[in-house]
Design a protein. Structure first.
Length: 511
């Protein structure tokens, strides 16, 4: 045994023995010695149910994983703690980055070139080169195929356009026909059901069982709570963690990024609380980049809601949308990444809420909008509409002279093909703001996405603190860290979840 191996084993054994001095049947548990948690963790004497593959979480990643493992013949259960399925995925904005699609919209609409390599480079640059390149490459290479899968096998439909969103250098962001992530979760649910798996709702995973810290020691199963009932489920082949991020857990996000206090709203569903990260850590899993937590710059200012209307400011930059402060001045290059836009807003000062996005009628369809969303947005007061800029300014309580001046300058930059103020690239697809009617929507940053999470390899195996895969433990989706570096480019999460979810489902059955 090498010196490293000796020290690694003795360290883990010391932790294990210290944590669970309860004799035979003790489970690996790296909780703090002496805590109640540490004392009670004993391996189950018998298992209530036995499955081949246990998937935790019913969002994009979990559904894709369950569909693939069941398709490969594994007896698969898909566990979901909430009373309904879908997590953040089902409420998501439906924008999906893929360099191509079966209709070749980008080419047909003359929106320039793109390639998996260009997408890959954008992911790296957009995350300040903190991404694990091998993982980012798999997303870029697999995005078009992931989109084709939900369209061809699941029946998902798209709007006939593509947009160029902040940080992307190409028009590659597709919009779901329904305008929400449900378009793809329903498609994935159908594929999974075709193979016999339905989400098992109201079933919370409360522990991951692993006997000991020997690198060869596999994960054995999970403990779950259903109502008051506690049960233990055995996994013959693998446990796949697809439990999403932890944006709703204020203590957890502040322990990694103290700036993200409860003063910030959050776009996520209530179940994005991150306990699975901790259970995985307790059985030896490594994490990375947990401090990289994204703010969505365009959430509804008072509630943090990310509804269909809040996606317009995200989809608009490639078609000429304008962002202004409540003083009527531009404050950022509209084609910038989310982190740059969000902190540009925050740095305007504590009374700067809200900022506004301004677009015209002509931009709506190209930027993936829909008349029924406009109508609904106007009815609910999410959009403000006016025939002229002074009228829009008056309705939004923005100083009219300043806004008129800002818009006139912006129109001139568009004519000149050059933005001397913020250096935004002007593309032929961008519309001028010369002609109304005009629309405005208020926006403010809200906590949105966890770039950090569990460390995995290209096979989606969860890696322990010493760099070895933990046998029979896989993870995919937002629970995984390192794909997007310091900042995820918008619309890259869906392909990430589907690409790695499918990989996890396929690999899990090989164990
Ligand atoms: C409002 C909103 C809009 C978004 N829009 C877009 C977009 O348009 N495009 C894009 O690319 N990305 C978007 N994102 C990001 C993207 O939707 C998420 O990153 C993605 O949905 C995560 O999928 P997932 O499968 O990893 O996790 P989720 O979809 O969050 O699913 C995880 C599931 O695991 C369950 N779970 C957690 N813990 C347990 C437990 N202990 N036991 C059992 N179950 C558990 C949760 O309840 C949840 O249902 C958006 C995010 C939000 C919040």
């Amino acid at each position: 045994m090498s010196k490293t191996e000796v020290s690694r084993r003795s360290l883990l054994q010391a932790v294990t023995v210290g944590a669970v001095a309860v004799g035979g049947g003790a489970a690996l548990n790296m909780a703090v010695p002496g805590t109640a948690e540490a004392l009670v963790r004993k391996l189950p004497g018998n298992w209530d149910e036995t499955w081949d593959v246990i998937v935790v979480g019913s969002g994009f990643a979990g559904l894709a994983a369950a569909a693939e493992s069941a398709a490969a013949g594994a007896k698969t259960i898909l566990l979901e703690k909430m009373p309904s399925y879908g997590g953040n995925s089902i409420i998501n904005g439906g924008v999906f980055a893929a360099w191509d699609d079966k209709w070749h919209y980008r080419e047909k609409l003359n929106l320039g070139t793109d390639s998996p390599e260009q997408h890959f480079q954008d992911i790296l640059k957009g995350g300040d080169y903190y991404s694990i390149p091998e993982l980012a490459k798999l997303v870029a290479d697999g995005s078009a195929d992931a989109l084709a899968w939900v369209v061809d096998e699941g029946g998902a439909e798209l709007r006939p356009t593509v947009t160029r969103a902040g940080g992307h250098t190409a028009y590659r962001t597709h919009a779901a026909k329904s305008g929400v992530g449900r378009e793809y979760t329903e498609a994935l649910r159908k594929i999974a059901e075709k193979h016999g798996v339905k989400p098992t709702l109201g079933t919370e995973v409360t522990w991951i069982w692993r006997a000991d810290a020997d690198p060869k020691s596999p994960v054995l199963g999970v403990e779950v709570k259903r109502g008051k009932k506690v049960m233990n489920l055995k996994a013959n082949k693998a446990v796949i963690l697809a439990s999403g991020g932890f944006s709703q857990n204020v203590d957890m996000r502040m322990s990694h990024n103290p700036r993200l206090t409860s003063d910030y709203n959050c776009t996520n569903h209530k179940g994005a609380t991150g306990e699975i990260h901790k259970f995985a850590q307790a059985v030896g899993a490594d994490t990375l980049q947990m401090n990289f937590i994204q703010l969505y710059p365009y959430a509804e200012p008072e509630t943090g809601l990310l509804d269909a209307q809040a996606v317009y400011p995200f989809n608009g930059p490639g078609y000429g949308i304008l962002y202004v402060s409540k003083q009527g001045k531009r404050f950022v290059n509209e084609l910038e990444r989310r982190d740059v836009v969000a902190y540009a807003q925050i740095n305007l000062g504590k009374d700067a809420k809200p900022t506004w996005s301004i677009f015209t009628e002509a931009m709506i369809l190209p930027m993936g909008g829909a008349p029924e969303e406009i109508e609904d947005g106007l009815k609910r007061g999410r959009f403000v509409k006016a025939d002229t800029i002074p009228e829009l300014a008056q309705k939004c309580k923005i100083p009219s002279d300043t806004l008129v001046d800002t818009v006139n300058k912006y129109i001139q930059y568009h004519k000149d093909g050059k933005d001397p103020e913020f250096n935004k690239p002007i593309t032929p697809a961008m519309f001028s703001l010369e002609k109304g009617p005009y629309y405005a929507i208020a926006q403010w940053p809200a906590v949105h996405f966890c770039m950090g999470g569990l460390r995995t390899n290209a096979k989606t195996q969860v890696i322990d603190v010493f760099g070895s895969p933990i046998p029979k433990l896989y993870a995919a989706g937002e629970v995984v860290g390192g794909v997007h570096g310091s900042n995820r480019l918008g619309s890259n999460a869906i392909p990430t979840c589907i690409v790695f979810g499918r990989t996890a489902g396929r690999n899990a059955v090989l164990d």
